[in-house]
Design a protein around this ligand. Structure first.
Ligand code: UDX
Length: 449
């Protein structure tokens, strides 16, 4: 028998959570303040690019298990459990901006009528639940019982639906038996994976720790890739061999332009602040940030090494999303690379399978910046081709065709997509991150002008 659920926020986490919980048989009322988003979703038009989402949205609108509204009352009246899936973007000081979380708490307080379980799904700093509880209590008084719990999401953009329906684990942070059993009623019937039941604060910290560790792995291998360059060693060989150790594993050891997105960077800085606010030295995590921030500079140094003068050089850019299979450019390396090359006077031709329109809103076309409809179009007449996102379609590019289109056969690969030998055999000068330094300069066979 499905539960009645309310979801505040229909961004990446909220929309995926809504459609997946409806798919599992629950009745979901999702709230968003933006009427245009509510209208689009109610018409079955997804507002984010996620594989599998359109079908689930359409299916569950049709069954009537899922509906969208701007009216918080609708959700509160119908729901036993209310999920907070609103944004927690970074503030300038690195702490999470919890204004949207507080706003939902203030919205919920006067609408309480009988027991409600309010559940944090957004990634929040440890002890945020205490603040939600305090806010609601202060505004709603004591006549209506409620609990605040934590049930963090571990969704990756581009595989969020799969990650929700086939999680490695589910984490439930609850400090009352009623909250615990409600969330177990919600998840136990539908999932075989381990279900961690712990305190609210522990659950909040588990989520932040997970993302900070993922970020640490990436910065660690990027640090090693810098050493590999000096030693003339291929970091992908080091990473794949190290990853064979079952205690280490091969995931999240791909060196390149580092981690972007709307989660890892902000969750890392938020955890740093939580630790520092509690007097704990996490300078190691500061280094994780610094290594990551420096990746764009490393790539641009290679572009200058390859091209010397950047002004008036035609540069094709493949990939602007922060990772493949998403249109999201938040925290993407392209947000550093594009303005720096544009400012240096290069002529940019940009292609991304999905994220072009999002970048175009920030960097509209001009006489030195155009958007191409294919990788080959972006490479035409280019002095160099930069790869910033490891979209699968770039792996199967015809290197011979690419070389015939370009003015000078130079590839600067920020995601180590290709094998150096393969690209050099095709006549390219190939630069990447962590694959040895000296072995990649191939004198062009013909003089290019
Ligand atoms: C991440 C976490 O994986 C997910 O569990 C959490 O819920 C939200 O944040 P996401 O931000 O979607 O998910 O992206 P992810 O797939 O983790 O990649 C993050 C960034 O790291 C991307 O920019 C990716 O290009 C980069 N990355 C990933 C590497 O540079 N090297 C790697 O080996 C893996």
């Amino acid at each position: 028998m499905g539960l009645k659920l309310g979801i505040f926020g229909t961004g990446y986490a909220g929309l995926v959570t809504s459609v997946c919980l409806a798919q599992l048989g629950h009745t979901v009322t999702a709230i968003d303040k933006d009427p245009d988003i509510v209208a689009s979703l109610s018409d079955g038009r997804p507002t984010i690019h996620e594989p599998g989402l359109p079908e689930l949205l359409t299916n569950n609108l049709q069954t009537g298990r899922l509906r969208f509204t701007t009216q918080a009352e609708d959700a509160m009246a119908a729901a036993e459990i209310v999920f907070l899936c609103v944004g927690t973007p970074p503030r300038a000081d690195g702490r999470a901006d919890l204004a949207q979380v507080e706003e939902v708490a203030r919205t919920i307080a006067p609408l309480l009528d009988g027991y409600k379980l309010i559940v944090e799904k957004s990634t929040v700093p440890a002890r945020t639940a205490d603040w939600i509880d305090w806010t609601i209590r202060r505004l709603a008084g004591r006549e209506h019982p409620f609990d605040v719990a934590s049930n963090p999401e571990f969704l990756r953009e581009g595989s969020a639906v799969r990650d929700f329906l086939q999680p490695d684990r589910i984490v439930i942070g609850a400090d009352s038996s009623r909250a615990r059993s409600l969330l177990l009623d919600l998840y136990e019937p539908s999932f075989e994976c381990p279900i961690v039941v712990t305190s609210v604060t522990t659950a909040e910290l588990i989520k932040q720790t997970a993302n900070a560790f993922l970020a640490t792995r990436i910065s660690f291998i990027n640090m090693i890739s810098d050493l590999c360059e000096k030693l003339g060693v291929d970091v992908t060989t080091v990473a794949s061999s190290v990853g064979l150790d079952s205690r280490i594993g091969g995931h999240f050891l791909s060196a390149g332009l580092g981690f972007g997105g709307s989660c890892l960077p902000k969750d890392l800085s938020s955890l740093i602040k939580v630790a520092e606010d509690n007097g704990v030295d996490v300078s190691m995590l500061r280094d994780v940030e610094h290594i990551n921030t420096a990746r764009v500079d490393r790539l641009l140094a290679k572009v200058e090494r390859a091209l010397w003068v950047l002004r008036d050089k035609v540069i094709g850019i493949l990939g602007v999303a922060f990772k493949p299979d998403t249109d999201d450019i938040r925290g993407a390396p392209s947000l550093g690379v594009v303005p720096r090359l544009h400012g240096a006077g290069s002529i940019l031709r940009i292609y991304d399978p999905a994220a072009g329109p999002n970048l175009q809103r920030l960097y509209p076309p001009d006489d030195r910046l155009t958007y191409a409809n294919s990788a080959l179009e972006a490479a035409r007449d280019a002095h160099a081709l930069l790869i910033l996102t490891d979209w699968n379609e770039f792996r199967s590019l015809d290197l011979g065709q690419l070389r015939s289109l370009m003015r000078t056969p130079i590839i600067v690969d920020g995601r180590n997509l290709f094998e150096p030998a393969q690209v050099q055999a095709a006549g390219f000068e190939y630069y990447s991150l962590g694959r040895g330094e000296a072995t990649l300069r191939v004198e062009p066979k013909r003089v290019y002008v």
